[in-house]
Design a protein around this ligand. Structure first.
Ligand code: ADP
Ligand code: GLC
Length: 482
């Protein structure tokens, strides 16, 4: 049995701020259980879903030395859907009502977490062949393993994969402070290791010291080797091109299933999607306070409200779209104040055309994926993106910008060959986006047969984890044999 430990700062159903949690919480269930024992380790945040607290069993505790600091680490364990989860407990670091606070605190918090993860292994009696780390919060795991823990025979031969879910967030802080926090020697804070543009950089550490680097779509794997997409680390990623893998994310086909989803008012499958969607669309229009118009082109958005997701394009043409087109928008999201305010403004000006829910709601998200005609995701960059796949699973057609994973998962509609699973535009330009929304609206309103054909192709596309889990297995095997 090959042993794999996934290290992450979030995973559903315990704690989630974005797609990373969906990925880490679902992928491990799709490995071949005869061959791979895949377990997950997370921080035990005070803000984790409280319903799971009674299930957590205390395993052990030890003390983590972080330079001059000595900190308690408790290890808890539970099983969820057949997968073992471990939690690192420390009430000082993992307090608060969000997993992430300010970067200075997070730098120390995740240094502690990374060291505690490695120290926990002999205590939990799980000696992994591969440690699979995710994003900057876990970047120090490969660094500590290769520079320090490898001196202990228990750790010799362990391999590491470092998965990048978003290059934008790198975990950067002053070198002097990071040296003080971690106790790592000055010799590793050089430009070929942890130092980047004068700062210590955890993501860079992960990329330098891991045996393999992966990211969440083939296009993003290539984007990050360019100055436009590399966020300053394109040189390093180009140099490590031979160890860089792009493996597209999947979605959880049990949680996102139009035939069983508890958030829907009527279930449907590919055979009755057209009728099945009608009742859901009506219910969503009603719950969001929009006129119940069957023929209005209903566009959904579920997103963190940040620059990454293309909201400045939306801001640029929203007035024009709302004043000239027969469309309705439903928006679910939280994030930057200026975007939250933008949606409040348009909602007060065009209450019959746009309704926003500024907040976080799993149920509303499912209702939007299931009930809208189209889903808008005009991202500036997108490592993979899960929302467009979730929409397609429910026959809601994505309108996306061709970048990263959006390019890899949405095939643009081609009216001549009657192909495609959605609509897309290439340049980061608000009017290009608006034109493609108008075109989608035209097909929806005037070419029902073609529209329904796209809906069925979208629903048929396989976004389950099956294929990608095999690719991770191949990658683990390759490293284990090295
Ligand atoms: P990212 O991780 O960059 O935010 P993804 O598309 O990979 O983007 O994943 C976003 C995940 O977060 C999806 O599961 C989406 O449904 C969910 N999500 C985003 N915003 C909200 C919200 N306000 N309420 C509920 N779910 C949300
Ligand atoms: C990040 C990316 C998103 C990706 C998710 C899961 O949050 O922004 O594109 O789908 O991670 O890998």
């Amino acid at each position: 049995m090959k042993k794999i430990l996934m290290v992450s700062s979030e995973a559903v159903p315990f704690i989630k701020t974005g797609g990373l949690a969906d990925v880490v919480g679902s992928l491990p269930r799709y490995f071949n259980k005869e061959e791979y024992d895949v377990r997950i380790i997370l921080p035990k945040y005070a803000c984790m879903d409280q319903r799971f607290l009674p299930d957590l069993q205390f395993v052990c505790h030890f003390y983590v030395n972080l330079n001059w600091r000595k900190q308690y680490a408790g290890i808890f364990k539970t099983e969820y859907k057949g997968v073992t989860y471990y939690f690192v407990d420390n009430e000082f670091y993992f307090a608060g009502n969000n997993p992430y606070n300010n970067i200075h605190e997070d730098i120390e918090k995740f240094a502690f977490f990374s060291k505690a993860v490695l120290m926990a292994l002999p205590y939990i009696d799980f000696c992994p062949d591969v440690i699979h780390c995710n994003d900057w919060q876990t970047g120090l795991v490969p660094v500590l393993l290769k520079t320090d823990f490898c001196k202990d025979s228990y750790y010799v031969g362990m391999k590491t994969v470092f998965s990048i879910h978003n290059m934008k967030f790198q975990g950067r802080w002053h070198v002097r402070d990071v040296m003080d926090i971690t106790g790592l020697p000055a010799s590793i804070f050089t430009a070929d290791k942890l130092e980047s543009y004068g700062e210590a950089n955890y993501l860079k550490g992960g990329c330098v010291y891991a045996d393999a680097i992966s990211t969440v779509s083939p296009s993003y794997a290539s984007d990050i080797t360019t100055p436009e997409g590399g966020e300053g680390l394109d040189g390093l990623l180009s140099a490590r091109r031979d160890s860089l893998y792009g493996i597209v994310n999947g979605i959880d086909y049990d949680d996102f299933n139009p035939a069983t989803d508890a958030a829907m008012v009527e279930h449907f499958s590919i055979d009755n999607v057209v009728d099945g969607k009608k009742a859901n669309k009506r219910a969503l229009q009603q719950s969001m306070g929009l006129p119940e118009k069957e023929n209005a082109f209903l566009i959904g958005m579920v997103s963190r409200l940040t620059d990454q997701k293309g909201f400045d394009l939306v801001a640029y043409v929203m007035e024009e779209m709302l004043s000239t087109m027969d469309v309705q928008f439903v928006v679910l999201g939280t994030g930057e104040y200026r975007f939250e305010e933008m949606f409040h403004y348009f909602q007060s000006k065009y209450p019959d055309k746009i309704s926003s829910y500024i907040g976080y709601s799993e149920e509303k998200a499912h209702q939007i994926y299931a009930s809208c005609d189209a889903f808008l995701m005009p991202s500036l960059f997108e490592p993979c993106g899960l929302s467009q796949m979730m929409s397609m699973r429910y026959g809601t057609l994505p309108i996306v910008r061709e970048t990263g994973g959006l390019k890899d998962t949405v095939e643009p509609y081609n009216e001549y060959e009657n192909k495609g699973t959605g609509f897309s535009f290439a340049a980061y330009n608000a009017h290009d986006m608006m034109h493609v929304i108008k075109y989608a609206n035209y097909v929806f309103s005037n070419q029902k047969e073609q529209w329904n054909g796209i809906v069925k192709r979208a629903m048929k596309t396989d976004f389950s984890w099956d294929a990608s889990a095999r690719k991770y297995e191949e990658l683990y095997d390759k490293l284990i044999l090295q």
